[in-house]
Write a protein of this length. Structure first.
Length: 312
């Protein structure tokens, strides 16, 4: 009953305020729209009597849209409590009453999202990340798939709806991820894009906080340093003799030197997760991240020296 009431109230609100949020959306579970134009999605199972165990933002799409018609699928999201993981947050594409999932977060583990940082998914259409796409609900599908494989399986079929879903509050310390000790997951959402249509479009503000359109360079750099450790971070970003200027170089690059800082940050975090999974740490971890994040600004000194030698 609670969810029905929330959905009904959300529908009434959107009928009046839709122009402020971009294209029309419908809210489910514990999802709300904030005054700054962002959506807040909460999965909270800490109290069985009052909890919403999932939240969703359902996008209003053309009736005839097929999976093969989708050329852009992206969003910016901010995990404020506690992490991504357990298949959440994700895009959920409903076809024939079944769901195709597109998981968010660093490739490989889809966990370890920087906290309190706006992250860009980049365009997920065409992603070749192993296991980012899940088509296991469909005959011939698999839990570990890619966009190309999903197109082969479902490309000609009509999409019934696309949702952005958060539902991992259950994933407490008694399960698999100790980050969820409070049995709650909260994710902010903005700038959801399907083809040329933008949903949950925030008001433009400076500073990169709340609903602003600019990411916070200092916060992203701190998240990277925390995720990979100071020695690896210094090796990745430092440019002087002892790499003591690493943090300043990172902030400078994120603020002015990169055309898409949020996407770059996501790439760095993803590369870091993959390199850590190989057992690397310290300087070798930093070198591995620099070699795999495809960002020129993060070349280590050794890589820069090697590049210059090849040019001679």
């Amino acid at each position: 009953m609670k969810r029905l009431l929330v959905a009904a109230i959300a529908a009434l609100t959107l009928a009046v305020a839709a122009p402020a949020w971009g294209a029309d959306v419908t809210l489910t579970g514990g999802a709300t729209l904030a005054g700054d134009g962002t959506a807040k999605l909460v999965a909270d199972v800490s109290n069985a009597a009052t909890a919403d165990d999932s939240s969703g933002v359902v996008l209003q799409l053309p009736a005839s849209l097929k999976l093969s018609d989708v050329t852009q699928l992206s969003a910016e999201f901010n995990v404020t409590d506690d992490d991504c993981g357990a298949g959440s947050p994700r895009f959920q594409i409903q076809i024939g009453g079944k769901n195709m999932f597109v998981y968010l977060g660093p490739a490989g583990t889809f966990t370890g999202c920087a906290k309190n940082t706006w992250l860009s998914t980049g365009n997920l259409v065409g992603t070749s990340d192993a296991c980012r796409v899940d088509t296991s609900q469909f005959a011939g599908g698999t839990q570990c798939s890619t966009w190309a494989a999903a197109l082969t399986l479902l490309g000609s079929q009509t999409i019934e709806k696309i949702s952005f879903v958060v539902d991992a509050g259950w994933n407490s310390a008694t399960q698999t991820n100790p980050a969820f000790t409070d049995k709650e997951q909260t994710v902010l959402l903005r700038k959801v894009k399907v083809n040329t249509t933008t949903f949950v479009e925030p008001k433009t503000t400076e500073g990169g906080g709340g609903g602003g359109t600019k990411p916070n360079p200092s916060r992203m750099c701190k998240a990277e340093r925390t995720h990979m450790g100071t020695p690896a971070f210094n090796e990745l970003w430092g440019k002087n003799g002892n790499d003591s200027n690493a943090f300043g170089k990172c902030v400078s690059a994120m603020a002015r030197g990169l055309s898409a800082p949020a996407a770059a940050h996501t790439a760095i975090m993803s590369a870091s997760t993959s390199c850590k999974a190989k057992g690397l740490h310290g300087v070798k971890l930093g070198q591995c991240v620099a070699a795999h994040d495809n960002i020129a600004a993060t070349r280590t000194e050794a890589q820069e020296n090697g590049r210059h030698k090849k040019k001679k």
